[in-house]
Design a protein around this ligand. Structure first.
Ligand SMILES: Nc1nc2c(ncn2[C@@H]2O[C@H](COP(=O)(O)OP(=O)(O)OP(=O)(O)O)[C@@H](O)[C@H]2O)c(=O)[nH]1
Ligand SMILES: [Mg+2]
Length: 356
């Protein structure tokens, strides 16, 4: 029997992981088995920890996007098929990745038609970020985000709970102008608006049918190269019950104070102590707490995983994150026991396959 794969793309911080885990939970209620593939240019992923903590079988594709690591993507999908026999695999590519129809969907359809069935490509667009003039101005970053919308077969407008109704209508029009054939679904993870429609299309038997959209790899590579990438893991000991919300929020606030608001694509932090776990996210200036386990108070050995994607040089970003963590911990009379981290800029995308 074929396994259905639904790819959920879209820019950094748009809400892909939140959506994937919500879709997964709904499908589980319908007695469907669901697994998730996460993806990053580096290692040590908040998204993997978060999805696992919600009970999903998760496999990672590391050190490159699905398109450049297609054999790893295939291996991950096959590993999940043998470990948990999923009816549906939800696959989240790196947020700075596009051209997925040509590099992931088309090869799956052409080479593995008896093993996998590919759902229409979902692209999540953050309603609090897309601006009409930004898309028209065509900086490399705008070009990338516009291409993502162009190739979406289902374009999900996320975070509609954060914008007024008129803004949503404006967004719909902009997206329709960019991609007249896409199914556009307004969605909110808070109110649940749109989720049923998205779940329905993920679990239907409709398959991806769009042809790839042309792309200039020089501009795409320039957009990715603007971003600094930081993944780090800190070990801290909490000698008694501590308010871990306060600690996590202070780190994000300190870090955000070092950058212009619009330069912060997404900073996510997962804190796991012996007694609680939480995830916090910073997208531009919007901070969100996604509680996971237990109360806000944590104790004992504690791990902080930080994934930051910011328009910055990688060196400056590493220094900024380390300083934000160190000064926040000092504020709470704590210190890191160990740090493992890495910072870099994504290298030029070189897809394994690129099919027309
Ligand atoms: N208010 C609101 N917040 C949302 C919604 N969807 C996602 N978020 C929040 O936006 C933040 C980023 O969401 P993620 O799901 O981590 O975004 P992502 O696209 O997976 O990000 P990357 O993996 O870094 O590319 C989180 O704090 C979410 O809780 C929504 O519909 N409404
Ligand atoms: Mg994610």
């Amino acid at each position: 029997m074929k396994t259905r794969i639904a790819i959920i793309g879209g820019f950094l911080g748009a809400g892909k992981t939140t959506l994937a885990t919500r879709i997964g939970s709904e499908l589980k209620k319908q007695d469907k088995a669901v697994a998730i593939i996460t993806n990053d240019q580096g290692e040590v992923l908040v998204d993997t920890q978060f999805s696992k903590s919600l009970g999903f079988d998760v496999s990672e594709v590391l050190r490159g996007c699905f398109c450049c690591k297609f054999p790893d993507f295939l291996r991950s999908a096959r590993t999940l098929v043998s470990s948990s026999r999923p009816d549906i695999i939800l696959a989240e590519p790196v947020g700075s990745c596009t051209d997925l129809l040509a590099t992931v969907v088309a090869p799956l359809k052409a080479i593995y038609p008896n093993e996998f069935e590919v759902a229409p490509l979902i692209i999540v667009v953050d309603s609090t970020r897309l601006l009409s003039d930004a898309v028209a101005s065509e900086t490399p970053g705008d070009y990338l985000r516009k291409h993502q919308i162009e190739e979406g077969e289902i374009v999900v407008i996320s975070k509609t709970d954060m914008i007024p109704h008129e803004r949503l209508e404006e967004m719909r029009e902009i997206i329709h102008r960019i991609n007249p054939t896409a199914t556009i679904v307004p969605y909110s993870s808070i109110s649940g608006t749109g989720l049923a429609e998205i779940v329905q299309s993920v679990s239907s038997d409709r398959t991806s049918s769009n042809r790839p959209i042309e792309i200039d790899y020089d501009v795409y590579a320039a957009a990715e190269a603007e971003l600094g990438w930081y993944n780090g893991r800190y070990e801290v000991v909490l000698p008694n019950k501590r308010d871990t919300y306060d600690i996590a929020m202070r780190i994000l606030r300190e870090l955000s104070s070092k950058y212009e608001t619009d330069d912060v694509a997404h900073v996510k932090l997962m804190l796991v102590s012996e007694s609680n776990a939480l995830k916090v996210s910073l997208v531009c200036q919007n901070v969100n707490i996604d509680g996971v386990k237990g109360s806000r108070y944590g104790s004992g050995k504690c791990y902080l995983t930080i994934n930051a994607r910011v328009i910055s040089s990688p060196d400056r970003l590493r220094i900024a994150v380390r300083e934000a963590v160190a000064s926040s911990l000092t504020h709470f009379d704590l210190r890191e026991e160990s740090i493992e981290d890495d910072s870099f800029s994504p290298s030029r995308p070189r897809p394994t396959y690129k099919m027309g």
